[in-house]
Design a binder for this molecule. Sequence first.
Ligand SMILES: [Fe+2]
Length: 263
Amino acid sequence: MSFISTLSIAPGQPVAAAATALRAALGSAKVVHLRGLAASRPAAEWPAFYDALTEATGQCLHLDENFALGSVRTGEKWIEVRYDAAIPDDAAYRFSKNAQPLHTDESYLSEPADVMFMHCLVQAPAGGETTFVNADELWQQLQWHAPALAARLLDRPVRFAKADDSRTLPIIAQTPAGLRLNWNYHCVDPAETAENHALTQEFREFLLTHITGTPAEVTIQLAPGEAVAWWDDQVLHGRRAFRAVATNDRFLLKSGFRLPASV
Ligand SMILES: [Fe+2]
């Protein structure tokens, strides 16, 4: 698997053809940056196009959470990731303009999708890049800078929880298909052991010291109409801080889907 590839959506390309191309791209890259839609379709058509594209590509999950109700699942397919001036920046990354530390989206989901998909309606006036770190690069950096931490992390189960859902997986697992990641510092189960809390604290500090802001972290700036799809457990992702004043100065929609193993 390569790390990041770009997929151009041709003017007038039917959804089915774009879905075939997206499946193929996800068969050979961990992250796929989709470009070109804005050149041929007005903004009002983007949500419907990407809704149809994701439906035609995989089995879509309905992952939306209600922030005001303790993150209970709403049943909606698309999650709004947007700046909201009425919500304190520290209350939720989804609505803030703060940088978001590296993580995987599905750390606490017992029934995860495989691929996360996010498209951009409104780009922040400045900043707001999505960042990605290849699991293989992360592992190399860990072995180089912190081999003892790497050894403790590998294949050691850690429980992550949020709302009524939870999942217990290693932060870094070695599988026949390659390295797999499961990580969100803010979702480590408070009831985890002191040893695992210490481990997650060390890994968080390692990321901030040796990965965030280094060449290991690659940025993608989603322009309006563009999208990005990524295998959630084969990369870490995060977000750079951005400038925003009014509600919806940055507005993205995110969902997730499963892909058949045959891809
Ligand atoms: Fe995320």
